[in-house]
Design a protein around this ligand. Structure first.
Ligand SMILES: CC[C@@H](C(=O)O)C(=O)SCCNC(=O)CCNC(=O)[C@H](O)C(C)(C)COP(=O)(O)OP(=O)(O)OC[C@H]1O[C@@H](n2cnc3c(N)ncnc32)[C@H](O)[C@@H]1OP(=O)(O)O
Ligand code: CO
Length: 143
């Protein structure tokens, strides 16, 4: 089986400008403009870091999973995401191994992607996302 590539590392922050400060100081630049992903209750700024992205996530409303995370754990590492070519096939493959997805079907992510999340208990204490990019999409690092 081909190894999955790290698509992004996501950081929860109450405010995008506040959360961006260290990455700007490091010299990273945003891949594009900030984007709101309404279905996830987040506003996103994605910084290019070599072949991957640092995805800063701020909540857009109190019911956002990011608002709950900030309240419980404070700002910091929220999830890691792995790129797959065929999300439906990968979900079926992992379900066959007993994987526990947080929803039955993929949801829209940033930049036209489809995403699915695995429960942190299944992820041995970390939230894991799978990402399928739109066909023919070319972002940084071969995205
Ligand atoms: C920008 C769009 C998209 C993209 O394109 O990349 C995104 O990344 S959107 C990102 C935001 N969306 C999501 O996170 C959706 C999936 N998340 C959820 O459904 C929930 O956040 C959750 C993972 C189910 C957690 O919700 P919570 O209310 O805390 O549920 P539980 O109380 O059942 O928590 C279970 C257990 O898991 C621990 N936990 C929660 N969040 C995390 C986390 N990010 N990393 C590691 N562990 C996490 C939580 O503390 C509980 O642990 P125990 O207390 O030990 O039971
Ligand atoms: Co993500």
């Amino acid at each position: 089986m081909k190894a999955m590539l790290l698509d992004h590392v996501a950081i929860a922050t109450p405010d995008l400008d506040l959360g961006a400060a260290p990455y700007t100081a490091l010299g990273l630049t945003p891949e594009g403009p900030d984007e709101e992903v309404a279905g996830q209750g987040v506003r996103v700024r994605a910084f290019v870091a070599g072949d991957t992205l640092i995805e800063l996530l701020a909540p857009t409303h109190p019911d956002s999973p990011i608002a709950a995370f900030l309240e419980r754990r404070g700002p910091g590492l929220h999830h890691t995401a792995y790129r797959v070519a065929d999300l439906d096939a990968e979900m079926a493959r992992l379900r066959g191994q007993g994987a526990r997805f947080l929803s039955d079907t993929p949801a829209p992510g940033r930049a036209g992607t489809r995403v699915a999340f695995l429960h942190p208990k299944w992820g041995a204490g970390t939230l894991i996302e799978l990402v399928e990019h739109p066909a023919g999409a070319h972002g940084q690092g071969g995205h």
